[in-house]
Design a protein. Structure first.
Length: 401
């Protein structure tokens, strides 16, 4: 079993073989005194510190933590990391699932592999994520890597979210943060921002919009303070949407403009599409319906998960312009994406039925109108109150009075 002394010995051996002084290796990321304590077995480095030292010494961080490990597993981890970056989630599930029968060793690389697998389970809907989390946590805590343990436990938040277990999801986030704060040996600011973001998203799923706003602002403040600007475009979109739902159009525009600025730097395709969709939604909120239609045609993302949302916003604009047949055609193309797990996203989709109901009522087709209104009403009954559920409920009551 790997010990403090083993890790320190390996670091010292590599450092001296490369003729580096402790000051050379420590650089600006840790003190010479801390490195000395690590080499002498009096302290354990965090995973982040190990990764920094490993990069400077030209080895993988797992080298310090394991006695022996097959080259095949190391290659598989690197391959799965590449697949994850390319978002080939099904390939990860196919490669790792057969190994989950107990064949993986109790090594850090095995834990990393399971981390990729858990994420892939979330994106594909495959089963097995919970067991992978349990085993990865066991490995990380075996090596006293408590921050890494907290990170892999955090992955369970997404799995709970997909099952609509929002209260449990929030409890897990708060518990993971408490463990992280109590056991961390250094700050992992990106992970801290992840926790704030997850808290914000989950609170909004529970209808606690003020708390969601505070969590998003905490993430933005930390990002600004540390100069990392991680998830900043997503966070500003969250803030814009919350402001829009509360009727504060001025604040909603302000935050959306900030989101657009950060998207220009990230150049992430998904973020770009989400900002474009937010622009269409904003045009409708400001009653610029012709502009919303123009933007919908300009940003139409055929074949993407956002195509349906584009049809929804276009249909809403056409409804308000009295172009009923065109509106019905657009709204009839609205479908619920397989990965729409948030109650707000789902409620927004279901407003398409309410808009169709209002159009049918305007045309005097009351039976069809009531049918559409009832579909929307039944589908959001269990969701927290929002502008979307309120619109659906008002439409239902209006047509069933």
């Amino acid at each position: 079993m790997t010990s403090k002394q083993t890790i320190g010995d390996k670091i010292k051996s590599l450092r001296t073989s490369k003729r580096l002084t402790q000051s050379d290796l420590a650089g600006g990321d840790m003190t010479k005194s801390m490195l000395s304590q690590i080499e002498n077995g009096r302290a354990l480095p965090s995973m982040r510190s190990l990764q920094i030292l490993a990069a400077r010494l030209g080895v993988d961080a797992g080298y310090f933590l394991e006695e022996e490990e097959s080259a095949d597993l190391t290659r598989l981890v690197h391959d799965m990391e590449a697949q994850f970056k390319r978002k080939n989630y099904q390939a990860i599930v196919s490669a790792v699932k057969p190994l989950m029968d107990g064949r993986l060793p109790m090594t850090v690389n095995a834990a990393r592999l399971m981390g990729f697998y858990v994420n892939a389970c979330y994106y594909t809907g495959a089963e097995g994520g919970e067991e992978a989390i349990r085993r990865a946590v066991e490995i990380y805590e075996r090596f006293n890597l408590y921050v890494e343990s907290a990170k892999v436990q955090y992955l369970a938040y997404a799995l709970l979210f997909t099952q609509s277990r929002y209260s449990e999801s929030l409890e897990l986030i708060l518990r993971v943060r408490e463990d992280y704060v109590s056991k961390k040996t250094g700050n992992d600011f990106l992970f801290e921002i992840d926790l704030h973001y997850a808290e914000s998203v989950t609170l909004s799923a529970l209808g606690q919009y003020d708390g969601s706003r505070r969590a998003a602002l905490a993430a933005i403040a930390l990002s600004r303070e540390e100069g990392v600007y991680y998830l900043t475009d997503h966070l500003y979109r969250v803030m814009s949407n919350l402001a829009l739902m509360s009727g504060n159009l001025e604040e909603a525009v302000l935050y959306l403009d900030k989101a657009k600025l950060f998207v220009q730097f990230t150049e992430d395709e998904q973020s770009v599409q989400l900002v474009h969709l937010a622009e269409i939604r904003m045009a409708n909120a400001e009653r610029r319906y012709e502009e919303a239609i123009r933007l919908g045609q300009k940003y139409h993302s055929k074949g993407t998960r956002y195509e349906s949302s584009c049809f929804l916003q276009t249909g809403i604009a056409l409804y308000h312009l009295g172009r009923d047949e065109e509106a019905l055609a657009a709204l009839s193309k609205v479908t619920l994406p397989d990965d729409a797990y948030h109650p707000l996203d789902r409620s927004a989709v279901f407003t398409s039925y309410a808009y169709k109901a209002k159009i049918y009522a305007r045309q005097g087709k009351m039976e069809e109108a009531r049918q559409q209104a009832e579909i929307a009403y039944e589908r959001v009954r269990q969701y927290p109150s929002s502008v979307y559920t309120q619109f659906i409920q008002a439409t239902y009551l209006e047509l069933h009075a």
